[in-house]
Design a protein around this ligand. Structure first.
Ligand code: MLT
Length: 301
């Protein structure tokens, strides 16, 4: 069986396969399966032999889903496999969004040539920022990542509101009891001091943080997007930043327009960038391919 690799995949994933049955290459023309991380497959002409694609990651917007369903190609992702990595970054970002740590670190770097210890004592008061404990956090989307973020934020004494009309029974069971279920997005927008979005990107969720939603938010709100660009209406966010409404915006999907503002922290899509997460995703993707090709089982499609 031939597996075409469109990205470098963690070795632990490749090691799952029985090498007497499977071979791997980036150069196959006909192949049974694809393993991919972030490479975009929209322009790839799939061979008739292709049966499944496993995306080592959560989002599947680099895969042409319509074309796959027309051609009977099953698409898998690896939900939950990178959830801890994203959760840890989001918790860091929640703190960074108020405490002026990133700005302070850049400032210290810029002091080269001066007496840094003296300058620090004189200048540190410009970097005072609030704690997260006791503040209200709205979590939009309670899938594998949203649930972990909600629980971790509650453990840091935030008052957490979760919104997800499609929450799974399993996710509901793993949510700590002190998390409030918001009945609608309006509640999240109006009530929360911090808002983080954790839904997949699709037509129905495009600009889920909309101009209208931003207008409902409290002045000084802190917004985080570690899910996908396109979930927050960037144009509306730029306008709200210009108007001084937003306390800070931390995004894994920075753009030129956003980065003109001092209170925007742009992260280079690092949500799942840990060796642990890359390994977990690769192992899960490998198991999905084998289970489908060998037993016809479909998990996480
Ligand atoms: C995901 O979709 O799994 C994360 O955004 C990370 C990635 O795109 O690889």
């Amino acid at each position: 069986m031939k597996v075409k690799l469109f990205n470098k995949i963690a070795e632990a994933g490749i090691q799952q396969f029985d090498e007497t049955k499977y071979s791997f290459s980036e150069d196959f023309d006909d192949y049974d399966a694809i393993m991919v991380r972030s490479a975009k497959l929209h322009d790839v002409a799939f061979p008739a032999s292709l049966k499944c694609i496993a995306r080592a990651g959560a989002g599947v917007n680099n895969i042409p889903l319509d074309k796959c369903s027309e051609q009977g190609i099953v698409v898998f992702n690896t939900p939950g496999a990178n959830a801890n990595a994203v959760k840890e970054l989001v918790i860091a970002a929640l703190i960074l969004s108020g405490r002026k740590i990133a700005q302070g670190v850049n400032w210290v770097k810029s002091l080269e040539g001066e007496d840094i210890s003296k300058a620090v004592e004189k200048g540190k008061s410009q970097f005072v920022g609030p704690e997260i404990a006791g503040k209200k956090l709205g979590v939009i989307g309670l899938g594998a990542i949203g649930v972990q973020v909600a629980n971790a934020a509650a453990a840091m004494d935030m008052e957490v509101y979760g919104y997800d009309p499609y929450i799974s029974v399993q996710a509901a069971w793993t949510l700590k009891s002190r998390i409030h279920h918001a009945k609608d997005l309006k509640t999240i927008f109006e009530e929360c001091d911090y808002i983080t979005v954790h839904v997949p990107y699709m037509e129905a969720t495009k600009n889920i943080v909309s101009a209208e939603g931003i207008a409902m938010m409290k002045d000084g709100v802190r917004v985080l997007n570690f899910a996908r660009g396109g979930l927050v209406d960037d144009e509306a966010m730029v306008k709200a930043l210009q108007a001084g409404k937003i306390g800070s915006y931390v995004t894994d999907f920075p753009t030129n327009a956003l980065m003109q503002f001092d209170n925007v922290i742009g992260v280079p899509h690092l949500g799942a960038s840990t060796p642990e997460s890359e390994e977990n995703c690769a192992v899960m993707a490998a198991k999905e391919i084998m289970d489908y090709l060998e037993n016809g089982n479909i998990t996480h499609s």
